[in-house]
Design a binder for this molecule. Structure first.
Ligand code: CA
Ligand code: CA
Ligand code: CA
Length: 249
């Protein structure tokens, strides 16, 4: 199926291919005022594919379409774009933003006309100057004083075809209120042989907590998930129950 203005009256007619039968042609009998735009781009993009056409002041305040190539099954529309002009007295403005970054504007556009816009007369877009934004966050990693423990392991010796190391992905981190004071605390996983790190959140400041690890001792703890354990205890390990427990309570 493809759309094209076959009778040159400003509306898009329809051609539909049929299996083992002649193609069907449907004439568009629309009578409403319209504006048709055809683009003449600079070589090699002479049809202006990728350009965005905007009409202001028509049947609705803003209409916008992009010129595309293809897009239908084994078919492509005629690269013209048709817009609803609303009434014959509307004050219309046409704007084309070309793929080259240039811009064409046509003022006082009239309904029931075909406009061919040539990229040759397009003007460069004015650069948008924005004030540098101040960042909302800052890197506070150094304030933690945390050092990640990772035991060297040669992944490629075990699996030579690996595209990258899987044993050095870094620790998983989680926010979880382990001491139930209403502030989410920071929990940082560790590689094999290391210790899970917990930083208590004291109203926005993080301090190393007096927690000990129980249970699993030899494997890696690169992942971390806070959850409620049995008897109201709080745990932070998806694999071992009660893996994280406060020293004195
Ligand atoms: Ca037509
Ligand atoms: Ca027609
Ligand atoms: Ca807390």
């Amino acid at each position: 199926m493809a759309l094209a203005d076959l009778d040159n009256d400003g509306d898009l007619d329809v051609v539909v291919n049929n299996f083992n039968a002649p193609a069907s042609v449907y004439r568009n009998e629309a009578a409403a005022p319209r504006v048709v735009v055809r683009l003449k781009g600079l070589p090699p993009n002479t049809r202006g594919v990728g350009a965005r056409i905007t009409l202001r002041g028509g049947a609705v305040p803003l209409q916008s379409q992009e010129v595309v190539a293809g897009g239908r099954y084994l078919s492509s529309d005629d690269p013209v774009r048709s817009f609803a002009a609303g009434s014959l007295t509307n004050r219309l403005t046409l704007e084309v933003r070309w793929r080259s970054g240039r811009r064409s504007v046509v003022e006082a556009v009239r309904a029931n006309r075909l406009y061919e816009v040539d990229e040759t007369g397009a003007q460069p877009l004015e650069p948008v100057i924005t004030a540098p934004a101040s960042p909302w966050f800052e890197d506070a990693t150094s304030r933690l004083g945390h050092t990640h423990h990772e035991t060297p392991f040669d992944d490629f010796e075990r699996q030579p075809l690996l595209p990258n190391l899987l044993s050095q992905l870094g620790p998983g981190v989680a926010w979880f209120d382990v001491d139930r004071d209403g502030w989410d605390d920071l929990v940082i996983g560790t590689g094999a042989g290391g210790r899970l790190a917990v930083y208590r959140n004291t109203g926005g400041w993080l301090r190393a907590a007096g927690w000990r690890r129980v249970g699993h001792a030899g494997g890696s703890r690169s992942d971390c998930l806070g959850r409620l354990a049995s008897k109201g205890r709080r745990a932070c390990d998806p694999r071992r129950r009660g893996a994280l427990r406060r020293r004195s309570r």
